[in-house]
Design a protein around this ligand. Structure first.
Ligand code: ADP
Ligand code: MG
Ligand code: MG
Length: 251
């Protein structure tokens, strides 16, 4: 089944109207892992953020469908409830909201959407606890405000905790490897792999090939100047590593 279908997508920066995405086509089926690679500034993060409805960008053309629903008509919150999840290259702080309250609220919002009764704090903790262990996060992080004072690595781990707890039909992971030491990196990759199933899909955005040794994509796309210029299998990533982005450039 098709999960995500993007056609001829163009988008500009909302403030300046500068065009960043210049016609993107992408189809992701259930159970697939896709990697998006590309030089710095090629538009990878912009594409990810446009998918989840980030307000800094405006879609100017094309279409984006998720599970047959028109993403362009959905608020970011509805996209999340529909099963999209995105980790940000620079995760945001949420002052005044503790990590555990944030997760609990998000969990119950999903329960309501499914017409299920909300869970109380104790029941929720029994769901949360095994996930904490899975991402090797200390329980003391639960009572701290979301990402406030967290190191770069702790923020990444915290986002993977959110993903592990809330689940996602489509997880969009933007540079989850950046700024992580090897141990943290392997924990994060393991936690992501544990989430993979025939029903859910991952869009892995990365500048570096290293991540793809740990989370194996079925398709690799290369972005350049706001377009996907090449699609293939992992051999593209090997070629990029050997010859650099110039070798596969079509412009
Ligand atoms: P990548 O993730 O591939 O490194 P980005 O999507 O972050 O690339 O950025 C693509 C281009 O768009 C860059 O030149 C970047 O400076 C520009 N850009 C993206 N978002 C903004 C913004 N909110 N304001 C100004 N420029 C932006
Ligand atoms: Mg970048
Ligand atoms: Mg980026």
């Amino acid at each position: 089944n098709v999960l995500l279908e993007v056609k001829n997508l163009t988008a500009v920066i909302a403030e300046s109207k500068q065009e960043i995405l210049k016609s993107i086509d992408l189809v992701v089926h259930e159970g697939e892992v896709h990697a998006i690679m590309g030089k710095n500034g090629s538009g990878k993060s912009t594409f990810s953020k446009v998918l989840v409805g980030h307000p800094d960008y405006e879609v100017t053309g094309g279409s984006m469908m998720f599970k047959g629903e028109n993403l362009l008509e959905m608020e970011p919150e509805d996209r999340s409830l529909a099963g999209m999840f995105m980790t940000f290259q620079a995760p945001v702080e949420i002052p005044g909201v503790s990590n555990i309250d944030f997760l609990h609220m998000a969990w119950n919002a999903r329960r309501r959407k499914q017409g299920l009764p909300e869970l109380g704090p104790i029941e929720f903790y029994s769901i949360l606890y095994p996930k904490l262990e899975a991402v090797k996060m200390d329980a003391t992080f639960l009572n701290r405000n979301v990402n406030e004072g967290f190191s770069g690595g702790e923020r990444k781990r915290n986002e993977i905790l959110q993903l592990a707890v809330l689940g996602a039909d489509l997880a969009i992971l933007d540079e989850i490897d950046s700024g992580l030491d090897v141990d943290a990196f392997q924990d994060v990759a393991k936690a992501v792999n544990a989430l993979l199933s025939p029903n859910n899909s991952v869009l892995l955005v990365t500048h570096y090939r290293r991540l793809l040794d740990f989370i194996k994509p079925m398709y690799v796309h290369v972005m350049e100047d706001g377009k996907i210029v090449k699609t293939g299998d992992i051999s593209i990533a090997d070629q990029l590593e050997k010859e650099g982005y110039k070798a596969i450039s079509v412009v």
